[in-house]
Design a protein around this ligand. Structure first.
Ligand code: LLP
Length: 419
């Protein structure tokens, strides 16, 4: 459930008409709903009521400071994958001891920042990484608390580009080497083994792959304990899907049951890293129709948003439901159109053969489920400035990232002296 609904014949974000916001900030823009963010975080947390669980919001899904801070106020921790994300999480007020640091390519300066901040856990993905972490920690006179991300070789049954738990993927340490790698890491100075970590992919709509991975992790924890390691943390990653196209993924409550059943009474702190589930349906991308063009074979609705603003359709064939801001009238019917942006490549297509209520130039539309992996994946391709982000809270809204002036973009380039 979200808080983008039709009221008085037009689409609202909570108590505000999106068209009003569009008048003030211009289009395109991302708009997030505080009530929806809060609701999703609370529903997810509730699935682990009574258990020793920490929800570390995966900052990569939407890293705007205001979004992170909204979640920090509800008690969220953070899963970060770069110095930039770590700094955002800390600045938004997430305590360091609720931050886990994931990613296959952490650099020494990033490790240093995290060690100095005193984060909860490094999720280490390789032997070379743990050796560098040991060196950095020793140099700083610190001890790095670690879990290894293990690769359970399970098929997440999701899009190939966001599937991470198969043996062929770059993520985690190979299952057959886990025992040896833990054994060797235990001898390294500056390293404290405390956990096991797994994350098998994103936008999962089936609980079986989770169950398979979690059961394997459970066995692994028993085995590692027998081998003498103290395991106090188990990080089960993120990945629970959201309804983009009407397919209803499992509810957080059922996901919670699967996790809690698999982990039983291990006596560990469970860590979760949901991203999309928290922010996905808490955001829309609002765009204006520039032209409606009749091609030789198809009708094109040309928007002022493009693939550089929302890349999911071009990159993953992602489906985003499109609503007109003006509430459609049954009598108007629908027509089949291709919804495209102004960028000069055919991949700049948001939807092909989509049934939409008739629209014309100047009308506004909203891409639903755009709160996750939308603004964060945007680029300035075609020298299009990043679009602004707005956060609504009841009757109030604030611009939480401004639209940069084109001049700012241009002045980032420097001319060498010979030109
Ligand atoms: N933890 C780790 C280690 C991750 O790599 C990810 C996502 C998450 C947690 C959060 O997963 P979520 O709960 O959001 O599924 N850009 C793609 C999704 C990439 C996901 C990357 N990792 C998309 O737009 O579909």
């Amino acid at each position: 459930m979200d808080h983008f609904n039709y009221q008085n014949g037009e689409l609202y974000a909570e108590n505000l008409p999106l068209a009003e916001i569009a008048k003030e900030v211009g289009t395109p823009f991302y708009c997030y709903s505080t009530a929806t963010l809060e609701r999703h975080f609370n529903v997810f947390s509730k699935a682990f009521d009574g258990a020793n669980a920490l929800v570390c919001y995966a900052v990569k899904a939407n890293s705007n400071l205001a979004v992170i801070k909204t979640l920090a106020k509800l008690g969220a921790g953070a899963d970060v994958v770069s110095e930039g994300e770590l700094r955002r999480a800390l600045e938004a007020g997430i305590p360091a001891n609720k931050i886990v640091f994931s990613g296959v390519g952490k650099k020494p300066h990033e490790m240093e920042l995290a060690l100095n901040a005193g984060i909860l856990q490094f999720n280490v993905e390789s032997e070379p990484e743990v050796r560098v972490l040991s060196e950095v920690a020793t140099r700083l006179g610190k001890v790095a608390p670690i879990a290894f991300r293990v690769n359970p070789d399970v098929d997440a049954k999701t899009h190939a580009k966001i599937s991470t738990g198969k043996a062929e993927n770059k993520f985690g340490v190979p299952w057959q080497d886990v025992s040896r790698i833990y054994g060797e890491a235990a001898t390294l100075p500056g390293i404290k083994i405390q956990g096991v970590d797994v994350h098998i992919g994103s936008q999962l709509t089936d609980l079986d792959p989770f169950n398979n991975a979690f059961m394997r992790v459970r066995e692994l924890v028993d085995q590692l304990r027998k081998e003498g390691h103290e395991i106090t943390q188990v990080d089960l990653g993120g990945g629970l899907g959201i309804p983009y196209d009407g397919t209803i993924p499992p509810a957080p409550e059922n996901y919670g049951q699967v996790a809690l059943q698999a982990m039983g009474n291990l006596g560990v702190q469970l860590i979760f890293e949901p991203g999309r589930l928290i922010v996905g349906n808490a955001g829309v991308l609002v765009s204006e129709v520039i032209y409606v063009k009749q091609g030789a074979e198809r009708k094109f609705v040309i928007l002022d948003a493009a693939m550089n603003d929302l890349i999911r359709p071009a990159m993953y064939d992602g489906y985003h439901h499109i609503d007109t801001i003006r509430q459609p009238n049954e009598a108007d019917g629908t027509e089949m159109v291709d919804v495209v942006g102004p960028v000069c490549e055919t991949g700049d297509t948001f939807a092909k053969g989509r049934e939409l209520p008739p629209v014309s130039a100047g009308d506004l539309v909203a891409f639903r489920s755009a709160g996750a992996y939308g603004a964060v994946m945007a680029s300035t391709y075609n020298t299009r400035p990043l679009v602004p982000e707005v956060l609504v809270n009841g009757d109030d809204f604030a611009v939480i990232r401004e639209r940069p002036a084109l001049e700012e973009l241009l002045k980032q380039d420097k001319l060498p002296e010979w030109l």
